[in-house]
Write a protein of this length. Sequence first.
Lengths: 171, 171
Amino acid sequence: MDGVQVKKDAKRITRRVPDPDCQGAGVHDPNQVNEMSDLLERLRGRGWRMTSQRRVVAEVLDGDHVHLTADEVHARAARRLPEISRATVYNTLGELVQLGEVMEVATDGRAKRYDPNAHRPHQHLVCSGCGSIRDVRPAGDPLADLPAEERFGFRVSAVQVTYRGLCPDCA
Amino acid sequence: MDGVQVKKDAKRITRRVPDPDCQGAGVHDPNQVNEMSDLLERLRGRGWRMTSQRRVVAEVLDGDHVHLTADEVHARAARRLPEISRATVYNTLGELVQLGEVMEVATDGRAKRYDPNAHRPHQHLVCSGCGSIRDVRPAGDPLADLPAEERFGFRVSAVQVTYRGLCPDCA
DNA sequence: TTCTTGACTTGGACTCCGTCCATCGTAGGA
DNA sequence: TCCTACGATGGACGGAGTCCAAGTCAAGAA
Ligand SMILES: [Mn+2]
Ligand SMILES: [Mn+2]
Ligand SMILES: [Zn+2]
Ligand SMILES: [Zn+2]
């Protein structure tokens, strides 16, 4: 059961292949491997059927690569699981967002970005030049800055802050 | 020069027609009419060629209708100038944004919204239920909440805050 | 007033991002 | 091992926005 599938119907490859673009070892620190299995454990506990596709998407997001677009996630996932479809990546990302494991970030009118750093709340600093994104933690609670008389009866539940400017390279 | 154009080539209608959906008079207060001509004056001063299309787009935005999408602007403009094209609406909105006369607001992954209230800085409160948007003015300067050591060498120039919650109707 | 011309407008094709759906495959329990 | 409901697939589809070649016209010149 370990041989490469070379049947005449080689369309569906489920086995993972080594990532050709993963230069050098040690890119995963042990801490993150632990977070990884934690995540997979939590998902299994929530009744997820564990497929190779979901595992690979979760692995891609749990690296130190942050703020990827869905298509970037798909590209990285496809290096390990060549037949994974865009639809599945979108489905899985949507489920991870629903479960609160991943944060959806729409900073501009372009593609949404998916942020595995969903458990420690934070805000974003976006470079207007190159589009790069950094996590930041502003002092104080932005929600507290909105006085009751400015809430117009809304039940305010979340606040999203986006700082814009030029990164050192672009300045 | 005042008659209706009914030549055999009636494709291009430049004259404004009365707005069939504009119920009742007095929807424009005199203050806004002044802001209108101010805006047109400023644009003319900046070298704009004053076309009927640009005038109508500016008029639509200068009403008390705020936070319209580009297609909503196009629909309202087309009531007055039936042949106006989507491309021209997009072009004009982009120019108004460049000139700082209109603010582009991307609150979610949907269509951008165009906000004529660009001169008094403010933030937005968005209903997660129905998508309605209200202007709000939080206390304090959100920029000041980002300490220097959290700026990573960025030259931060703007901050956008979006509050999310349920409006009275949706709660 | 008429002429001239380059800025502006048009509509349709195109791209990008994302969703939907019928069909097929398979994880995991019996 | 077998079953089957849940998940994956890929291709069609839709919304939002951009681009372009061709046609039009605002406004200055004469
Ligand atoms: Mn982040
Ligand atoms: Mn506003
Ligand atoms: Zn940059
Ligand atoms: Zn609402």
